[in-house]
Write a protein that binds this ligand. Structure first.
Ligand code: SGN
Ligand code: CA
Length: 547
């Protein structure tokens, strides 16, 4: 109780300390608006500005062409709610407590929208939060409960719950546009968080995108058939391989009845398809089903005729294509909708004084290492897209290669708005990089810590240090294994060189540096053990059978 009171008191103090004097408020009518766009699981490999060979994303690319693209933006803990907690608090997850999707978020903590609100900004949030509680510090919000639905989504709002018919990416954008057009207070700058559910699993595109993308074939990544040789136990035991863990029905849209008939072991029983096939399809109206059915029929007919004779290699290839068709179909809608919002900013004249950020809550595997999902410190899930457009301040077409993190976002946005960030935030403002003053930036390593294990996809707990040249990782639970990757010579991270004597010195140096980083960010072996115990009791309480 005492601790709680203290936390609230500290929160109030922080809010007060950050409130500018009245004079300052009146003097700064030109404070920039902020439009923070975030998608869920949008891999940088699926953005053409990042050189994607899979899809064109002309609207998202505008932000790179007209602003700055960060080629080494990363997360501190590659999973949904922890990433969001880090973004909102500007703190590592072992400090804000949201170390995994399960752990409750302590809502007495200060989140950055509260600071904007206290400083005279009009604030709003639309879309996916995935926190288990409503956002604080926003004047208006409509958020999806939990993961939300692709079709005819439900929303939590300040005045109760509601359901809106349509496709989730379009609906979230409609809400955002309506707010900008009708609810915006022209006397105040705004800070809007526009957050997509797409392209989260189970990937369910809009009918027209489903029709369009199921006609396409995509280039395979080089490591699709990775056998995890020269890697540690964690890569070998993770359950996110397309062939063995991607489900025919839940993921590839084979009707559950057909999967049952085919007797496939990789997919659960029909009644377990709450989230998967019957999750989205079950919510479709008869009219919506009529649009999906012909395409589903053609996929299912092909599967019924051909699947029995496919080799494992052919099954893997087929699953990869189905995966990309649906995942990229979802992204195509995100791109169209980002375009709608950018067009409105142009038409309304808001574009000029609005900072637009595009990012994702983390990266994702698009078949690299044979995987889908995220969680690992390896590049595809460790990195995340980040583009910032700020006319007049950020040079158009700039590419920044420095290592930045989602940990830095809160301080960056606050600084951009002229608000002093609270001193206990753990990131760095990206302002020096945004204005091209790189000399003021001296970060040479970042820290990462993933916790959610044992859980879906079974990625073991690990922490690590990443520099431009190396990645040193410690898997510390269940196993005690270290891995080292030479990022410059082995960018695909296929060879763990921890035992290669040529790297002995590098390992010593990096281990020392990692210890320093753990101290700097206030992480420790004691906290590691505490979180294992907390997680174990939460899982047991929820009746989850991982322990
Ligand atoms: C769901 C997904 C998983 C995913 C987690 C976490 N399964 O459980 O594949 O890793 O969410 O994702 S599904 O039944 O929804 O397909 S997160 O983005 O929320 O962290
Ligand atoms: Ca996510």
């Amino acid at each position: 109780m005492k601790v709680r009171f203290l936390q609230v008191a500290i929160g109030v103090l922080i809010l007060c300390a950050c409130s500018p004097q009245k004079e300052e408020k009146e003097q700064s009518p030109k404070r920039p608006n902020i439009l923070f766009i975030m998608s869920d699981d949008h891999a940088y490999q699926a953005i053409s500005a990042y050189g994607s060979e899979l899809i064109e994303t002309p609207n998202i690319d505008r932000l790179a062409n007209e602003g700055m693209r960060f080629s080494n933006a990363t997360v501190t803990n590659s999973i949904c709610a922890p990433s969001r907690a880090t973004i909102l608090t500007g703190k590592h997850t072992h400090i804000n407590g949201k170390i995994d999707n399960l752990m409750p978020f302590d809502t007495t903590q200060v989140t950055f929208p509260q600071i904007f609100q206290a400083n005279g900004y009009q604030t709003a949030m639309f879309g996916k939060l995935h926190f288990g509680n409503n956002p604080k510090g926003v004047d208006d919000f409509m958020i999806l409960p939990g993961q939300g639905y692709y079709l005819n989504p439900d929303f939590n709002t300040p005045s109760g719950d509601t359901t809106i018919m349509g496709y989730v990416t379009d609906v979230i954008t409609d809400l955002t546009l309506t707010w900008l057009k009708e609810k915006r207070d022209e006397e105040k700058p705004f800070m809007m968080m526009y957050m997509h559910k797409a392209p989260h699993r189970p990937w369910w595109p809009r009918p027209d995108k489903f029709a369009e993308f199921t006609k396409k074939q995509f280039p395979e990544p080089e490591s699709l058939f990775d056998d995890y040789k020269n890697r540690g136990t964690a890569a070998k035991t993770a359950e996110m391989n397309l062939l063995t863990h991607m489900m025919y029905s839940h993921d590839s849209k084979i009707r559950p009845e057909l999967v049952e008939k085919m007797g496939d072991k990789a997919s659960p029983k029909v009644e377990e398809f709450e989230n998967g096939f019957y999750g989205p399809y079950g919510r479709a109206t008869e009219e919506q089903k009529a649009l999906y059915d012909p395409i589903l029929d053609s996929i299912n007919n092909w599967f019924e005729q051909n699947w029995p004779s496919l080799t494992d290699e052919e099954k893997m290839k087929w699953k990869y294509q189905r995966y990309m068709q649906d995942y990229l179909g979802c992204i195509s809608s995100v791109d169209d909708n980002v375009g709608r919002v950018l067009d409105y900013l142009d038409e309304s004249g808001l574009a000029e004084n609005t900072i637009v950020v595009y990012t994702s809550d983390q990266g994702f595997y698009l078949g690299e290492h044979g995987w889908f999902d995220k969680r690992f410190i390896y590049d595809e899930s460790f990195k995340t897209p980040l583009m910032v457009r700020w006319p007049g301040t950020v040079k158009a077409g700039a590419v920044e290669t420095e290592m930045v993190q989602n940990l830095d976002f809160a301080q960056t946005l606050l600084s951009a708005a002229g608000i002093a960030p609270p001193s206990d935030m753990q990131g760095e403002s990206l302002m020096p990089l945004l204005v091209g003053d790189r000399e003021k930036w001296d970060r040479d390593a970042v820290y990462y810590h993933y916790y959610e294990y044992p859980s879906v996809h079974m990625v073991k707990r690990h922490y690590g240090i990443v520099t431009e040249e190396y990645k040193l990782v410690h898997f510390y639970f269940d196993v005690d294994e270290w891995e080292l990757y030479d990022r410059l010579n082995d960018p695909q991270e296929m060879n763990n060189v921890i035992d290669d004597s040529a790297y002995a010195e590098v390992v010593d140096e990096l281990k020392a540096k990692l210890t320093e980083l753990r101290v700097k960010y206030k992480d420790s072996p004691e906290l590691d053990s505490l979180f294992i115990e907390k997680y174990r009791s939460l899982q047991v309480e929820k009746g989850n059978d991982f322990w």
